[in-house]
Ligand binder design. Sequence first.
Ligand SMILES: Cc1cc2nc3c(=O)[nH]c(=O)nc-3n(C[C@H](O)[C@H](O)[C@H](O)COP(=O)(O)O)c2cc1C
Length: 231
Amino acid sequence: MAIWRDCPGSATAAPGVGNLTGSAAGADSEPRHASEPAVALDLVCTDRPFRAAEAPQPLCRQLAGRPAIVAQMTIEPRLFRNALGCFATGVTVVTARSPAGEPVGVTVNSFNSVSLDPPLILFSIDRAASSYPVFRDAVHYVVNVLCDSQRELSQRFARSVGQRWDDVPHATWDSGVPVLIDCLANLECAREAVYEGGDHVILLGRVLTLAHREDGRPLLYYRGAYRGLGD
Ligand SMILES: Cc1cc2nc3c(=O)[nH]c(=O)nc-3n(C[C@H](O)[C@H](O)[C@H](O)COP(=O)(O)O)c2cc1C
């Protein structure tokens, strides 16, 4: 979905929803090759949806005989956060060890499965996080998937101050990275790749060892708040 901010020239457009077939937003003057799949793009003006046909020029322009988005719009951060918050996620604490051997952990909901064969997962870490250098360079880390009784643990590992590891029960597996106890699942990973991701980096990990519980309910995060199944 392309998010189109209100901009000069859009005031006359009437509300409505539509799709525009074309290249991805920001593609500039790069023509799309015939072999490239068409991408359906919804045009949204802040909280007011628009029909593609009503998009002001030069936003909508013909490229290689097809309509395409040619302007990269600035997205207002709050609007972006609110839109992303509509995607409900689970909550994890990702753990590692610093070069000095200190345990490190951070609350993360950008976790995702990537590949079954080989078994790959990913998450992204903020470059501004104090633990960023540790995760960027970590050879191993563990993704601990939290259950609904572990909300306090999530809050603790999301705070930038305090003794995060006081009284946190954990074990270690082959890599020596702390594995949190009583989670829904634990995935011990070896670093597979690190990708640039704007103000975050994306860490792709190969799962080496895992455990999961058959019982228990997940801790969820939705619209900026913790939730449980059925909320
Ligand atoms: C539910 C939730 C999910 C979060 N997901 C992420 C994430 O995916 N990546 C990230 O870098 N920070 C994420 N954060 C923010 C970090 O947990 C937070 O910035 C933490 O204080 C960073 O700690 P550090 O600076 O000590 O490393 C999340 C926070 C919460 C509450």
